[in-house]
Write a protein that binds this ligand. Structure first.
Ligand SMILES: NC(=O)c1ccc[n+]([C@@H]2O[C@H](COP(=O)([O-])OP(=O)(O)OC[C@H]3O[C@@H](n4cnc5c(N)ncnc54)[C@H](OP(=O)(O)O)[C@@H]3O)[C@@H](O)[C@H]2O)c1
Length: 270
């Protein structure tokens, strides 16, 4: 019960990794505000949490709209009196397109949700945290924001932006006892990747890019968020924890084999 009596607002917690955060935090004693654009879906997850005997509230809204974000925070404060933890998890990755084919609306959609949405939520909740004397903010970035993946330009840019935003907010808000950190997951088996999980060839091709040779599990990401939300991470601030099985440090497929081959030749001819 590391988070007993803490109030956590988790954006995009109706499904995928966000829902895992919501349930994982409730299991550690946190009261959880479940959020997403669809009220019925938020109520369903809040109901699951309440059935664990934990207080939970469903709030619907779009993170890319400032009026929705302002209302979400007000409703949360009205219900719980404070917000101790904010997880900016809501995110979209709706298309794979070469840069020259991306339409302005497509670019805006991704940047508005993944980057502007994170800023709006940090700002609205951050103001409350300043008043209440502190808090913890966890932004969900992605290994894609480090690697840069072809076909995912706005997504990668948005996630790189989240890491920079995290660092700057941590500098600015340290004086208010607010810690701001991020998590950059690699390929996780769930959430927005769910549609490809039954495509074996695709999954085995992807896992070849990962030194651990497997996809990440949602619960492995939840454990990092719990750590960042708890007292155990009291000296961690402004950083991004990368959880990608080693993918961002890895070379393209074939490259390591080539090096291994070269090394073999070298060792036989000292
Ligand atoms: N899955 C992965 O492998 C992976 C890897 C790295 C990073 N991530 C990041 O992890 C986070 C969660 O991803 P996921 O895979 O769990 O995705 P997901 O299953 O598609 O879930 C996304 C969540 O965000 C909500 N959402 C989307 N747009 C929203 C908006 N405008 N306002 C409010 N809520 C919104 C969705 O609910 P509604 O649609 O009902 O609003 C849903 O609850 C994202 O930030 C993603 O970029 C995922």
């Amino acid at each position: 019960m590391r988070l007993k009596d803490k109030v956590a607002l988790i954006t995009g917690s109706t499904r995928g990794i966000g829902k895992e955060f919501a349930l994982g935090f409730a299991n550690e004693g946190a009261e959880v505000i479940v959020h997403g654009r669809n009220l019925e879906k938020t109520k369903a997850v809040a109901g699951e949490i309440q059935s664990l005997g934990v207080k939970s509230k469903a709030i619907a809204g779009d993170v890319s709209l400032s009026q929705d974000v302002t209302r979400m925070v007000q409703e949360a404060i009205d219900a719980f009196g404070r917000i101790d933890i904010l997880i900016n998890n809501a995110g979209v990755n709706p298309f794979i397109l070469e840069a020259e084919k991306i339409k302005e609306e497509g670019w805006d959609q991704v940047i508005d949700v993944n980057l502007k949405g994170v800023f709006l939520c940090c700002q609205a909740v951050g103001k409350r945290m300043i008043e209440q004397g502190g808090g913890k903010i966890i932004n969900i970035s992605s290994a894609a924001g480090i690697l840069g993946e072809q076909g995912f330009l706005p997504y990668c840019v948005s996630k790189a932006g989240v890491m920079t935003l995290t660092r700057i907010l941590a500098y600015e808000w340290s004086q208010y006892n607010i810690q701001v950190n991020a998590i950059a997951p690699g390929l996780v088996a769930g959430g927005m990747n769910a549609p490809i999980l039954n495509k074996e060839i695709l999954v085995s091709g992807l896992t070849q890019q990962v030194p651990l040779k497997r996809l990440g599990k949602p619960e492995e990401i939840v454990k990092i968020a719990l750590f960042l939300a708890s007292e155990e991470s009291s000296y961690i601030n402004g950083t991004t924890i990368v959880a990608d099985g080693g993918m961002t440090g890895y070379h393209p497929v074939g490259f390591l084999d080539l090096i291994a081959e070269m090394m073999k030749k070298k060792s036989s001819n000292p």
